[in-house]
Design a protein around this ligand. Structure first.
Ligand code: NAD
Ligand code: GLY
Length: 369
């Protein structure tokens, strides 16, 4: 096994390492040794439990750590109030104390929910992220955003609560279905579109190994993504400014997710892919971005098999006014105005609160037509 890659998230006394490697689950007990923890609650979902919980459990037990398991149903619908309540209830029933730790073993759903539970349980316990989807390894496990969805919108209830460690075992991705892998790939592309045109160009030219799950290519993509995210988070932990760039495509994407319904057949990364295409199209309509750049974004996402338009998500009619109303519930709304992530080209994203709502309405009308 090659030496794991370590990336620091530089947040002073809340700082932590992201460790990326092949086969890390088997060494989890060693990685936890530094925390002198005697008991952990591993929060996971049924699918991940069947595939990866035993390996984590035996490594922890071999290190003398007692393990409590909480297994939740898989899928976005689990990120809600009722499952948060159920999770907290199980943790309290198991008498998880402040000196114990939570471990989120799974994708972004488990990580966001368990992270929020950790921020609330007995007013806050430490937690560790062990992400098992590409989405979670390149994005959601890093940065301390935790949360659940509401009927009013995505991730509207949550807290900033940084993990103490992120253990990204790329071996777990070998059991990930192709569709889930692709959804995570949308966020890998996002880092290029925001601020690294060379990274986007490299993905455009050579993505076959990564999408085939080649260990070195996956490790390199996870490491590059985490390094990019760690830099942004260290500079703007609580999203007072530049961190909002990481939401490229998300204002549109979250509205799409709300409209389709969280239990439905739509992956977060798929909604983000369509949202990024819409953000570039909006930038072109505003005269800010060369049309060729927007065309490249659409072409690449479509070429790898991601949806690039609303019709790729569902055939049923879409309603532009409803999508616009959902967008106004976005967390980045201030005084009723949405903060948009726009682009002057690939790798040149920026924030704007000056977008004329009529332009957004026109874009949405065109998208639903
Ligand atoms: P997910 O957690 O629902 O996982 C996708 C599916 O893959 C699930 O059915 C899960 O059971 C299964 N799975 C997980 N690991 C597996 C493995 N190794 N092998 C086989 N199956 C496996 O979804 P996701 O795409 O990981 O995350 C999406 C969520 O993350 C969304 O709710 C999104 O809002 C959130 N998110 C949060 C942040 C953040 O900064 N907190 C960033 C990005 C996304
Ligand atoms: N996924 C966006 C962020 O963490 O800020």
């Amino acid at each position: 096994m090659s030496t794991p890659t370590r990336i620091g998230v530089d947040l002073g006394d809340r700082g932590y390492d992201i460790v990326i490697g092949d086969g890390l689950l088997a060494d989890a007990g060693d990685y936890l040794a530094g925390f002198a923890v005697a008991r952990v609650a591993v929060v996971t979902d049924e699918t991940v439990a069947g595939l990866h919980l035993a390996a984590l459990r035996s490594s922890l037990e071999a290190a003398g750590i007692e393990v409590v398991e909480v297994v939740l149903p898989p899928g976005e619908a689990t990120k809600d109030f009722s499952h948060l309540e159920g999770l907290l209830d199980q943790l309290l029933a198991a008498r998880i104390e402040r000196r114990d730790m939570l471990i989120a073993l799974g994708g972004g759903v488990v990580g966001d929910l368990a992270g929020l539970a950790a921020s609330m349980l007995r007013r806050g316990v430490d937690f560790i992220q062990v992400p098992t989807t590409l989405m979670a390894q390149v994005d959601s496990s890093v940065g301390g955003k935790t949360g659940i969805n509401s009927r009013h919108g995505k991730n509207l209830i949550g807290a900033f609560h940084q993990p103490r460690l992120v253990l990204a075992d790329v071996a777990t991705l070998r059991t990930l279905p192709r569709r889930e892998f692709l959804a995570g790939y949308a966020e890998v592309v996002k880092y290029g579109l925001i601020g690294d045109a060379a990274w986007f160009g490299a993905l455009e030219a050579d993505h076959a190994d990564l999408l085939a799950g080649d260990g070195d290519a996956v490790t390199a993509a996870v490491a590059a993504s985490c390094a990019a995210k760690a830099r942004v988070v260290a500079a703007d932990e609580r999203e007072q400014g530049q961190r909002a760039l990481l939401n490229l495509g998300h204002s549109f994407g979250h509205a799409i997710e709300l409209e389709v319904g969280y239990g439905a057949d739509l992956r977060h990364g798929e909604a983000v892919a369509v949202g990024m295409v819409m953000a570039f199209d909006l930038s072109v309509r505003l005269g800010l971005c060369p049309p060729e750049d927007a065309a490249r974004v659409r072409r690449h996402l479509a070429a790898v098999g991601l949806p690039v338009g609303l019709r790729d998500i569902q055939d049923a009619p879409w309603d532009a006014a409803r999508l616009a109303a959902h967008m106004r519930q976005d967390k980045k709304v201030r005084d009723g105005r949405i903060t948009f992530v726009l682009a002057r080209g690939i790798g040149k994203a920026f924030l704007s609160r000056e977008v004329d709502p009529a332009m957004v309405a026109a874009l949405l009308e065109a998208a639903v037509a």
